[in-house]
Design a protein around this ligand. Structure first.
Ligand code: CA
Length: 95
């Protein structure tokens, strides 16, 4: 049986730092906040369904001070949410 090529690369998750950098690559508004729009783009890039809803959820979970965007100190909360709900594998599932 040819399982030769089934090299199991250990599934690596993004670190918080990587997550933050990844998130910011979808646009931040210049003052270090991540907007709902950027979050939506990020989620969409993972090929997930219910982008709008998931972005809302993430925002709800992470936006502690309720200003409608993710500040630097809130990113770790979003990270926890994203890990659970979005999956943060480094290699995107699409191949
Ligand atoms: Ca906030």
């Amino acid at each position: 049986m040819a399982f030769v090529n089934a090299r199991q690369v250990p599934e690596q998750e993004m670190t918080l730092e990587e997550f933050e950098a990844w998130l910011r690559s979808f646009g931040d508004d210049g003052d270090g906040f991540v907007s709902l729009k950027a979050l939506q783009r990020a989620i969409r890039s993972r090929g997930l369904w219910l982008v709008w809803w998931k972005a809302r959820q993430g925002m709800k979970v992470a936006d502690v001070n309720g200003d409608g965007r993710i500040g630097k100190e809130e990113i770790s909360k979003l990270y926890v949410y994203a890990k659970k709900k979005l999956g943060l594998k480094k290699s995107t599932a699409h191949s």
